[in-house]
Design a protein around this ligand. Sequence first.
Ligand SMILES: Nc1ncnc2c1ncn2[C@@H]1O[C@H](COP(=O)(O)OP(=O)(O)OP(=O)(O)O)[C@@H](O)[C@H]1O
Ligand SMILES: [Mg+2]
Length: 386
Amino acid sequence: MASMSLPTQDQITEKLQAVIDPELRRSIVELGMVRSIEVKDGGLVEVVVSLTTSGCPIRSHFEQAVAKQVSELDGVTKVAVGFDVLSDEEKGDLQQTLGRAKLPEGALAEVKNVICVASGKGGVGKSTMTANLAAALAAEGHSAGALDCDVYGYSIPRMLGVNRKPEVNAERKILPLEAAGGVKVMSIGFFVEENSAVVWRGPMLHKAIQQFLEDVAWGELEYLLLDLPPGTGDVSMTLAQLLPQAKFAMVTTPQPAAQSVARRSAELAAKFDLEILGVIENMSGFTTPDGERFTIFGEGGGQLLADELDVPLLGKVPLSEALREHADAGTPLVTEEPDSPASQAIRQAARGIVAATPQELPVLQAPPAAAAAAAAPSGHELPVVQ
Ligand SMILES: Nc1ncnc2c1ncn2[C@@H]1O[C@H](COP(=O)(O)OP(=O)(O)OP(=O)(O)O)[C@@H](O)[C@H]1O
Ligand SMILES: [Mg+2]
């Protein structure tokens, strides 16, 4: 009888061990990417593979590899390969399998405070705030750095007026660039090929960011500000895992409609037990030279969010043409025109950050390494450093 010779699920799983994800270099079984296996009468085997994104470019690789492996089993007459997408939670599990949060002791050991500048939606001024807050902290005598983690659009080097390729020292560590005023600057954009990041899948990003955090020689810093991409995507999730002691500053615009998106970032912070330092309201009204004030993007949103999160409103930064112009020119407004209203608001926010961060923090520790040690990825490399 044909049915006697149909393979079992276990036999099929065994064969699928040989299907390797070419980017993550592990078996799809081990990675938990085999969603389902069904054996039908007549020898049809249906396998569903879960991908990290629906647009996964190596779909056809999996299709062929799965078909090849399974069709080698006795009794298999046909193999059908289907695809679906991992949920956010499953992606999180996958990232943990890949070696969660294993920043070595040395990595950010001399950085006292890591502060992620985040928002639920794009274009609210995260990068502008990151660059100006770092410059403001430096102007107040604190050592400060700005790290561009926005793999989808790098803006920090431009806003701080540095755009050389960084050098690598004898220990193969990347040396941050130094902007006017002494702000140390680094961007993951220096190390990825143009446009390549947009096709990275979550776990690849995770590895690249992890390596990036390990490989930059920040030295002693009181404040390292991270410019995050908008939203609660893979990068935010990765940073949250890698930097359990990071604190968040949430940027929002004043209109109440922005609250739900800002709240999503806050929920992420809560999920990973991250501390939110406060809220910065940006684009908070426009004042004409005659002193007339227009609330172009509405009013009160920053305070609402701060109340909801039970954190301070660190500052309300008005719309300012000069702020934008200086960001475009690579000369932060806070250092160029420290007394302008926008600069004052940003400097106030910087002082709020200082007030909320103890001066003698214990150095950042790598999180418990027990789980990570076994699953640490090996041989991972920064995508392109040349
Ligand atoms: N207070 C402000 N007044 C005037 N222009 C501003 C202000 N804040 C930001 N901008 C301008 O708005 C644009 C978007 O700002 P920015 O790039 O900092 O936002 P973002 O949140 O980092 O965006 P993305 O989500 O794309 O990373 C920039 O051109 C910036 O110069
Ligand atoms: Mg930005």
